[in-house]
Ligand binder design. Structure first.
Ligand code: NAD
Length: 436
């Protein structure tokens, strides 16, 4: 059993802390957001993540997991301090490291025993060395014994607990092998491959992984554009490609493009890093361009179908960037809504979990209680997030409710032939075969 402090109780920090507690460690989760910590103390989750509420409750009851805003209390006796704070995009696409710096400074100021500082936040290559410098400078004269280990996180929102407990791999990077081995001990129980590298290599593995997955999405979206024009079906193309073990099915999914708190910001940050160090990230630029194009193309399709979008009522099904999460950061729905409103469209929307997060951002969108209220009087419906709830809608009822029976399937989830047989005008992404 180890004593662990996790700094930051967002999607990564809260899941990491809770899972480590569940594996038998004593964990204190720390955040600067008092409201968040007070809620967590009452058992109220700050995020929607399947299974998290029960796992938190279980481990709090067992006395292995607690929450605080008090850095000193959280760090007292901790052998490990995991940094899991946000690293959002800065003005130029770079990763904004202000929260990482603040966490490192607090650790430097308040710890007076040997500690391993583990960086779980996604940070530019070289940040581990930078964090070590910050701690060294701020603790000078106190002879603080510490090491920095990079331990990038690969969990996916929506299946985060399962991803943590059944990780494909754990990556640990450090200039100190002993410190990396110590962190490895925490993960041994998961029985997954553990790769130990130097600090910078570990940091790059995270960015390269996300950039590669984003590339797969943009690749299939580029193919989708061609399928649309050439009369092929991109869904079937992706399946046919994916059976090849060298390619694989995952992330070959055409649609409105990738979103979320990771892919867009990490590809941007990697491209920024590349330029800053004299290399030309041509592929990454194309990946970002194609991703943006997907949102615009959906709006183009709607405009083409409806003539003009001015004063047209467009219903959006799904707001979160993907199903099973309430996260709307960089969600394709937001950009599409913005573009539609720019052209004078009246937008209404519904999402199973993301309405609360959306309410703060989408002030001019009418947030509805269910998909049928969205459809009522709409000129078109756009499926932006493939929640299960949207897969089996009562389309006969929907057709009766809509002013114009136009469906834009931004996730290629619905059955075109069935919908056309009901009298809908159906558009998917790259489903040229069914358009012809
Ligand atoms: P988040 O925004 O959900 O949570 C960050 C938390 O850190 C917030 O609660 C915030 O109040 C807290 N915080 C900020 N500064 C702090 C400080 N100085 N001390 C204590 N708490 C502080 O972020 P997230 O989605 O969990 O992402 C965290 C990091 O993990 C990012 O670098 C992200 O890129 C990376 N990551 C995220 C995911 C994901 O799916 N969300 C997956 C892999 C990696």
């Amino acid at each position: 059993m180890s004593k662990i402090c996790v700094v930051g109780t967002g999607y990564v920090g809260l899941v990491t802390g809770t899972c480590f507690a569940d594996l038998g460690n004593r964990v204190t989760c720390l955040d600067i957001d008092e409201n968040r910590i007070n809620n967590l103390k009452q058992g109220v989750m700050p995020i929607y993540e399947p299974g998290l509420e029960q796992l938190v409750a279980q481990n709090v009851r067992a006395g292995r997991l607690e929450f605080t805003t008090d850095f000193k209390e959280a760090l007292k006796g901790a052998e490990f301090a995991f940094i899991a704070v946000g690293t959002p995009s800065g003005v130029d696409g770079e990763a904004d490291l202000q929260y990482v710096r603040a966490a490192a400074e607090m650790i430097a100021d308040l710890v007076d025993h040997p500690i391993v500082v583990v960086n779980k936040s996604t940070v530019p290559v070289g940040t581990g060395d930078w964090v070590a410098d910050i701690i060294k400078k701020r603790s000078s004269g106190r002879d603080l014994q510490f090491n920095v280990v990079s331990n990038p996180e690969f969990l996916r929102e929506g299946s985060a607990i399962n991803d943590f407990m059944n990780a494909d791999r754990v990556v640990l990077g450090s200039t100190n092998r002993e410190a990396a081995n110590k962190v490895a001990q925490l993960y041994l129980i998961l029985r997954c491959p553990i790769l130990i590298t130097d600090l910078r290599t570990a940091e790059m593995i995270k960015y390269a992984s996300n950039a590669f997955l984003a590339t797969k999405i943009s690749f299939i979206n580029e193919i989708a554009g061609m399928c649309e024009e050439l009369g092929a079906d991109v869904n079937e193309v992706a399946v046919g490609m994916g059976y090849d073990k060298r390619i694989g099915q995952a992330f070959l999914v055409a649609g409105l493009g990738g979103g979320g708190s990771c892919f867009p910001k990490d590809v941007k940050a990697l491209a920024h890093m590349a330029v800053l160090h004299g290399t030309h990230p041509q592929l990454l630029q194309a990946v970002m361009d194609i991703n943006r194009t997907q949102r615009r193309r959906a709006v183009y399709q709607l405009r083409k179908q409806l003539g003009s979008l001015d004063e047209k009522v467009i219903g959006i099904l799904g707001l979160s960037f993907k199903p099973n999460t309430d996260d709307i950061r960089e969600a394709p729905s937001l950009e599409v809504i913005h573009l539609l409103q720019n052209e004078g469209a009246i937008v209404r929307a519904y999402d199973q979990q993301a309405m609360e997060n959306a309410a703060g951002m989408l002030t001019k969108v009418n947030l509805c209680k269910d998909p049928y209220e969205v459809a009522d009087g709409a000129d078109a419906l756009l499926l932006a997030t493939e929640w299960n709830e949207f897969k089996q809608l009562d389309f006969v009822r929907i057709k009766g409710l809509m002013r114009e029976p136009v469906l834009m399937d931004g996730r290629n989830t619905w059955d075109p032939e069935y919908l056309r047989s009901l009298g809908f005008t159906y558009f998917g992404v790259g489903r040229g075969k069914t358009t012809r």
